[in-house]
Design a protein. Structure first.
Length: 277
């Protein structure tokens, strides 16, 4: 397990929000934290610790009056930590190179590829040609509907027809370097992880996967390690003290140093709450 930090930017400010509350109309979101620091401040913190693979997410639509301010903050962060951070939010084949040239190690893509509710393989192929598989992260952020997790787009507001399952992971892994998966229903709530999703992602384990959503304590990290078979990287947002939460950044780093390599512990089925692994 590795710590993959975040810099979420909305209306030109670094924020933590409740994921399911984001609305393009009125540029609205339920805020957990609004930083007085700019995005470069957080990028510099991560750089000093040598933490790579964190993600910057632009949370405004391109037609928002705040988009340029949000993009400017992202560019400041990329400049502060060249090749150390990934960036997502409105990425297409036309602007991906701009962000890579600005210092992003990878671009993160959802809506451009999952357009009109389905995977658009022509767009995916074009992106792979433009940036290279080694610079592409596919964001499979999802929400639960009935008994399945469906990929959501447009800042998590629209359901697609694509389920997150091992079949789609196998299908898409040939196009990208990593997956990023926000469990949107618990994102920003710090009330515990989406356990069934963690089991699903951890059962696969063929390329790196970063799980984000719901982590609010070190017990949640332990739980993610067990259910995810120590295969998942993790993002902590609202619960981190950098963003006003209770989990101390330094203690998180110490925890991650202890858990960076896959442990040899056997999964105790008694701890999985009856979920089959």
């Amino acid at each position: 397990m590795e710590f993959r930090p975040c810099i979420d930017i909305h209306n030109g400010k670094v924020k933590q929000i409740v994921g399911g509350s984001l609305r393009d109309a009125g540029n609205e979101a339920q805020e957990n934290f609004v930083s007085e620091q700019d995005a470069a401040f957080y990028a510099d913190l991560y750089k000093k610790e040598g933490i790579r693979g964190g993600h910057i997410i632009l949370l405004n639509a391109k037609d928002s009056e705040y988009y340029e301010a949000t993009k400017q903050q992202a560019m400041l962060a990329l400049s502060a930590y060249p090749k150390g951070l990934q960036v997502g939010g409105g990425i297409t084949d036309r602007n991906a190179a701009q962000f890579l040239d600005a210092g992003a190690s990878h671009v993160i893509v959802t809506s451009y590829v999952f357009c009109d509710g389905r995977i658009q393989f022509d767009r995916l192929e074009q992106l792979r040609r433009e940036v290279g598989k080694e610079h592409l992260v596919l964001d499979l952020s999802c929400r639960k509907k009935e008994d399945s997790y469906f990929i959501v787009t447009d800042r998590w507001q629209k359901f697609t027809e694509e389920k997150v399952d091992t079949e789609i992971l196998d299908c898409l892994s040939g196009y990208c370097d990593e997956f990023l998966v926000h469990a949107v229903d618990v994102e920003g709530k710090s009330g515990g992880i989406e356990e069934e999703l963690a089991v699903l992602l951890g059962s696969w384990g063929k390329i790196p996967v970063t799980y984000a959503g719901g982590v609010g304590s070190f017990a949640d990290l332990d739980r993610l390690g067990v259910l995810g078979r120590d295969r998942l990287n993790v993002t902590i947002g609202s619960a981190l003290d950098l963003f006003g939460g209770p989990m101390e950044y330094e203690k998180v780093l110490a925890y991650m140093r202890e858990h960076k390599e896959p442990s040899k512990r056997e999964i105790d089925r008694g701890k999985t709450g009856g979920i089959k692994i």
